[in-house]
Design a protein around this ligand. Structure first.
Ligand code: NAD
Length: 489
């Protein structure tokens, strides 16, 4: 069984831990590797080496730093199929979904290549007679990201290309559930010949995370994962004087107005709810049918949900893959049972269905429930699985009121052909990413990945100019130069 190593200071080295965790292929049930559970010693070594590397790296001109990123983009593009296959084997999603992640990672590298202009300062001449004032942006030192399981490729790229381009050194800590994908990417990145210590990979779980949060060399922490852990990371990281951006969980509503286009809307709803088997932070979870939309859309929504083929992600027929772990599958099934016991009706039941030849995989087929009572877990909690909750309200105002009382604010979508309904929605809804006739409002890399309420803790989000601000600090300089001081030649 392959035991994964850390990549520190340009070398693959064994973790100092004695404890290794099995990494399972969720689609087949096979154990594919073992990952170190992680320890403080590994992380502290990586942080010390990164801090040493920073002194040299920050003095490389930005133009020189981005040459490595151009190469990074080519490496990802040339190896996209291999990376996507590993991602599918570890995460359970379909090959097409994994490939799309690589594209998103590349987009972020491309945007970070604009650092020479994005990082530029500002200059005011003569703020007083003979005195100029300007601001320059400088890197912070060492940054680290803590990634979730559901996007093994993409999420770390929301952060580290910008961090490196700005002149920081970096440590990536992938999810212990999907550690092989980033390991392979780092193997491929050896070809970059980055100065040792500039980019490091440290595996592990809670102990490694705690070491990140307490190591004094680490100045900036980017986290993506569940809300409970996001809150912990934010409070412990800031308590230790670090900049922290922590993206949390979600429970995204999608509103359907009676005037929406039926074909596009129902197809997009199925894609949004069941893409990545519902394990996406932008997946629609509660579908709110307004007024007559119930009559018009309900049956077609269920038909489109039924039409999704669930299978192992590397099988060409697969339109929906597996759930990350057996525990997670059981957790989702329990949420459905709890809803049922409190009066909900299961209109499409994905439980207890085998996927032929992949009986050992963690599969749950598309599920649709309605009339979920407010005190059931399905109403309150992030389900993070292929479960659609249908809700019926009378007016758009009712829908907005319902959305705005929720604890999360990651995304909210509306389907309508009315410009004024769409405008009202985007103006009034309390969520950071809004979709108008879009089911997964994932911002391009040149926009911030917003998130409000309990879906985000911090100020500056991942991607775009936000990332540049997050990974730099401003230095303001006020200069006086009298003409009479200048030596006459
Ligand atoms: P998770 O919170 O369990 O784990 C995320 C990371 O935190 C992992 O690297 C893990 O090792 C670490 N971790 C887990 N428990 C910890 C603890 N007690 N102390 C310290 N570190 C800990 O999340 P997950 O299950 O891997 O990912 C799914 C979650 O991520 C969902 O809630 C989803 O909504 C969220 N997510 C959010 C976004 C976003 O942009 N807002 C994007 C993707 C996923």
């Amino acid at each position: 069984m392959r035991r994964l190593k850390n990549y520190i200071n340009g070398e693959w080295i064994d973790s100092k831990t004695e404890v290794f965790l099995d990494v399972e292929n969720p689609g087949t049930g096979e154990i594919i590797s073992q990952v170190p559970q992680g320890c403080k010693e590994d992380l502290d070594l990586a942080a010390a080496k990164a801090a040493e590397a920073f002194d040299e790296w920050r003095n490389f001109p930005a133009e020189k730093r981005i040459q490595y990123l151009f190469k990074m983009k080519t490496i990802l593009e040339n190896n996209a199929d291999e990376i996507a296959s590993i991602c599918t084997m570890e995460s359970g999603k379909t090959f097409a979904e994994s490939k799309a992640e690589v594209v998103r990672a590349v987009e972020n590298i491309e945007v970070a290549c604009g650092i020479p202009t994005m990082m530029q300062g500002e200059f005011s001449e003569d703020i007083s007679s003979g005195i100029d004032e300007f601001v320059i942006r400088q890197p912070l030192g060492v940054g680290a990201c803590i990634a979730p399981f559901n996007f093994p490729v993409m999420i770390s790229f929301w952060f580290f290309p910008y961090a490196l381009a700005c002149g920081n050194a970096y440590i990536v800590k992938p999810s212990e559930k999907v550690p092989g994908t980033m390991t392979r990417i780092f193997e491929l990145f050896e070809e970059l010949n980055l100065p040792n210590g500039v980019l490091n990979l440290v595996h592990g779980a809670k102990e490694t995370v705690d070491a990140i949060l307490t190591n004094s060399e680490i100045k900036a922490v980017s986290f993506v994962g569940s809300t409970k852990v996001a809150k912990y990371i934010y409070s412990k990281g800031t308590e230790n004087g670090k900049r922290v951006q922590a993206q949390g969980g979600a429970k995204n509503p999608l509103v359907v107005m009676p005037d929406a286009d039926i074909e596009t809307t129902t197809r997009i709803i199925a894609d949004s709810v069941y893409g990545c088997a519902g394990q996406r932070c932008l997946a629609a979870s509660t579908i709110i049918l307004v007024g007559d939309a119930k009559e018009k859309f309900k049956d077609k929504i269920i038909d489109d949900a039924k039409s999704k083929t669930t299978c192992y992600g590397l099988d060409k027929s697969s339109q929906m893959g597996a759930i990350i772990t057996k525990e997670s599958k059981i957790r989702i099934e329990k949420i459905i049972e709890d809803a049922e016991s409190k009066g909900a009706k299961v209109l499409l039941d994905g439980r207890n269905k085998n996927v032929k030849t992949f009986e050992k995989g963690n599969y749950l087929l598309p599920t649709v429930i309605e009339n979920v009572s407010e005190n059931s877990e399905a109403a309150e909690k992030e389900i993070f699985g292929p479960v659609m909750n249908l809700k019926y309200v009378d007016t758009l105002d009712d829908a907005i009121k319902f959305i705005n009382t929720g604890r999360y604010g990651n995304a909210a979508c509306i389907f309508t052909t009315s410009g004024s309904a769409a405008r009202k929605f985007r103006h009034e809804v309390l969520a950071g990413n809004i979709g108008v006739n879009i089911g997964v409002p994932a911002p391009m890399a040149f926009f911030p990945f917003s998130g409000w309420k309990e879906s985000f803790f911090g100020d500056l989000h991942g991607q775009s100019k936000h990332a540049v601000e997050f990974f730099t600090q401003t230095k303001v300089v006020i200069e006086r130069w009298h003409e009479e001081w200048t030596r006459k030649f």
